[in-house]
Design a protein around this ligand. Structure first.
Ligand code: AMP
Length: 500
């Protein structure tokens, strides 16, 4: 089944159930289908055909969801780009993707400037005579029900840590498989309601939306992160599942206003995109008492690598390979092959079999990136992991983030986890700084709730004794906040640059 048929099936199965909420704008599945078919008809009149790319620079608003589905209905490829990027980056991605249309909201009009031969459409201009109005009033298109499920559905751009963004085309089949695996592995139930705040230009956002469509669930748009608004939406919209980056959970459970809201509708929690500290796992469990709490480890290229559906007995554990995945740990070398597996309990680079139903088939026009990441039908994640005695996976960190100090390997995550146990530490990020004596020294950047000094934090780590003594930070920096990506990843690269 492709996603056009999948949308039709949802509209036939539960026509009167709520599919999409954005403030006052509420659509049932029948209405969503109708509106989407018209927008698709309008795009078709503008000359957009099967396989053509439609770029967007939009927040999580109803029009973004509608355009996603309109592209699926038409057989066009949805290319959502980040409104947080510089317009020059948007320009690069639009040109790289070959999109012939860019949809934006007026506040982000600068992203649509200076694009040659690309039609721009403001989705918050529905006045008489506007293009968006024309799309909404077009005759519905028939729907690409016969489209091969291997055809491209979306193309997401990953920023990576260095270099130009890479386009990751993903097929209808991969998108649907990813949505289904999320339904199953996050324990979703018919009619669930999720908070749609993870950006719809990121893999977590897109799959939250697709997963909801498969169970007749509702996607509640939150245009951009605001903790008080999120708490209000959870209460008023009776949100049942939260699938967020750890940073957003952090904001929710540490908010002073949290107890003013009724959060009892939430029963399923999932996090992805970055590791969650054990302290934060415990706080989320206390606040939400969830029926299911999932650590979802995955990436844009292959949606799910591994899953752990209980976090109480092993907070932070990434569990076992997901339903569509085969994983291996291999030696950390530029030329290692999928056969170079490590000994039991040893650390290695995590690789995933590309035969996963959720996998991409290679980057868009980037043979250099394919060559680096794809070896012998396995995808090399660039993440380090190890298996514990039970055969469960722990993410040790990004290969590139590893600190080598005095010849010893130190992984930021374990130092950050130990620091987060101190009651005054709200967040910590650890990087290596060049050091004449040690090669690299461990530097901790901390956000505090109450003042403490470096001496006290060091004494705490010595007393806590969960961290080997040589891994303790040699330097502390205190900050108001930490630089983060849209999916909540701490941008250690930026912190490292400050140290150089
Ligand atoms: P992205 O493609 O932006 O989703 O980034 C994928 C990367 O995010 C992975 O390769 C990991 O480095 C990191 N990541 C994703 N999920 C998790 C998780 N549950 N725990 C730790 N790191 C994660």
């Amino acid at each position: 089944m492709n996603l056009a048929t999948s949308l039709l099936a949802a509209a036939e199965r539960t026509p009167n159930d709520e599919a999409l909420v954005d403030g006052q704008h509420r659509l049932t599945y029948a209405k969503l289908h109708e509106r989407v078919a018209r927008i698709a008809g309008g795009l078709s009149e503008l000359g957009i055909d099967r396989g053509d790319r439609v770029a967007t620079v939009l927040r999580n608003r109803n029009e973004t969801v509608e355009l996603f589905w309109a592209c699926q209905w038409l057989g066009a490829c949805f290319v959502p780009l980040s409104w947080r990027d510089a317009p020059a980056d948007t320009r690069y991605c639009v040109e790289d993707s070959g999109a012939s249309v860019i949809c934006f909201e007026k506040a982000n009009a600068r992203h649509a400037d200076q694009l040659q031969h690309v039609r721009s459409i403001a989705v918050d201009d529905a006045d008489e005579g506007s293009t968006w109005r024309r799309l909404l009033e077009s005759s519905p298109s028939d729907g690409a029900l016969d489209l091969d499920p291997g055809a491209p559905s979306v193309m997401l751009y990953t920023s990576g840590t260095t270099g130009r963004p890479k386009g990751v085309p993903r097929s209808h089949a991969a998108e649907r498989a990813a949505g289904l695996s999320q339904v199953l592995q996050h324990g979703y139930q018919a009619g669930d309601r999720t908070l749609g705040v993870m950006p719809l230009y990121h893999t977590m956002g897109v799959h939250s939306m697709v997963a909801m469509s498969l169970i007749g669930g509702c996607y509640i748009c939150q245009h951009k992160w605001d903790v008080d608004e999120a708490l209000r939406l959870i209460e008023t919209e009776r949100v049942s599942s939260l699938y967020l980056a750890p940073t957003l959970f952090h904001d929710l459970v540490t908010s002073d206003d949290r107890t003013d809201f009724d959060l009892s509708s939430v029963n399923a929690l999932g996090y992805a995109g970055a590791a969650m500290t054990s302290t934060m796992v415990e706080r989320c469990t206390d606040v939400f008492a969830p029926r299911i709490f999932v650590n979802h480890y995955g990436s844009t290229e292959i949606y799910t690598f591994s899953i752990r559906a209980g976090q109480d007995d092993k907070p932070g554990c990434a569990g076992r390979p997901a339903i569509n995945a085969r994983l291996r740990l291999v030696e950390l070398r530029d030329d290692s092959t999928p056969e170079d597996t490590v000994e039991a309990l040893q650390e290695g680079e995590i690789i995933c079999d590309l035969s996963s139903d959720e996998a991409f088939c290679g980057y868009w026009n980037r043979p250099d990136a394919d060559e680096k990441a794809i070896r012998g039908d396995w995808y090399f994640t660039g993440d380090l992991g190890r298996l514990d005695e039970d055969g469960e996976l722990w993410i040790v960190g990004r290969v590139d983030d590893m600190i080598i100090s005095g010849g010893e390997n130190i992984h930021p995550l374990e130092v950050e986890d130990a620091l987060a146990r101190h009651p005054a530490v709200l967040e910590a990020a650890v990087v290596g700084a060049p050091d004449d004596r040690w090669g690299q020294r461990v530097v901790a950047h901390c956000v505090l709730s109450t003042p403490v000094d470096a001496h006290e934090l060091d004494a705490f780590l010595l007393e806590d004794a969960t961290l080997a003594r040589f891994k303790r930070p040699r330097e502390y920096q205190f900050a108001e906040d930490l630089p983060k990506s849209a999916s909540g990843k701490i941008l250690r690269r930026r912190l490292r640059e400050r140290e150089e």
